[in-house]
Design a protein around this ligand. Sequence first.
Ligand code: IPE
Ligand code: IPE
Ligand code: MG
Length: 246
Amino acid sequence: MLFGKKEDRPQLDMERLPAHIAAVMDGNGRWAQKRGMPRTAGHSAGSEAFQNAAEYLNDLGVKYFTVYAFSTENWKRPEEEVGAIMGLLDRYLRKAIREMTEKNIRLCFFGDLEPLSDSLKQLIAETNEISRHTTGMQVNVCLNYGGRAEIARAARLLAQECAEGRLQPEDITEAAISRKLYSADIPDPDLMIRPGGELRLSNFLLWQNAYTEFYFTDTLWPDMDEAELDRAIAAYQSRKRRYGGI
Ligand code: IPE
Ligand code: IPE
Ligand code: MG
C-alpha cells in the first residue's frame, strides 16, 4: 500500500490542495447490509458522512466539493428505496440549511430537478437563496444527475441558440459547451474519489473529468472519514499531471 498501514494518516502539503474534489457517495447499501440493517440506514449514515466530509474539506481550504447523491439511473431502484432517499434528502436539507450555512458553506444543485417533489424543490430554492450570501467552499450536490444527460442538455441549449440565429455552428467550441453545463462557473475537478470498490464512473461528470486524477478505494462511503479523505488527497499530491505534455 502506498501510505503504509490503513491507520496511518499522511502528511498533506497544504500548498498543493486540490481546489475541486468530486466524490461518488457509493456503498451506503452494503455498509448497512454488513451490519444487518436496512439499506436505508446506510443512506442515513451516508448523509452524515457527507456533512462531515464537507465540513472537513471546508476547514482544510478546498474550494469546491461536488458529490453524486442520486443518478438519472437510480430511479430504477425499488420505489420504497427511492422514496426513502428522497425523504432523507428532505430532512437532510432542512438540517443542512441551518448547519452548513452557519459554517459559511455554499450549497448548489446539479441535475434535472424537475421530477423532484414540490417540497424538495421548495427547499432547494430556499437553500439557493441562503447560499447567495455564503462565501466559503461551494458544495455541488448532484441530484437526478447524469453526465450524458448534462451534455445532451448543453447540446439542446446551443442548438436552440443556433435555431434562433443567435449562434453559428462554428461557435460551438469546447468552451461554449462548458458554459452550458451545470458546472459552468467552476473549474474541473482535480481529484475524483470513488469509494465502494467499484472501478467505474457510473455517468458522473463525464465532460469535467477529462483530466481529473482518480482515487478508488474499497472503503464504503459512510466510513469515508477525515483520515481516508487525507489518503485520497495525499494520493493526488503524489501524482504528476501532464495533460498530454511530457
Ligand atoms: C450510493 O450507495 C447511494 C445512492 C446511489 C443513492 P448505494 O445505495 O449504491 O450503495 P451500494 O452500492 O448498494 O452499497
Ligand atoms: C453511483 O452509484 C451513483 C451515486 C452514488 C449517486 P451507483 O451505485 O448507482 O452505481 P453503479 O450502479 O454501481 O454503477
Ligand atoms: Mg452503489
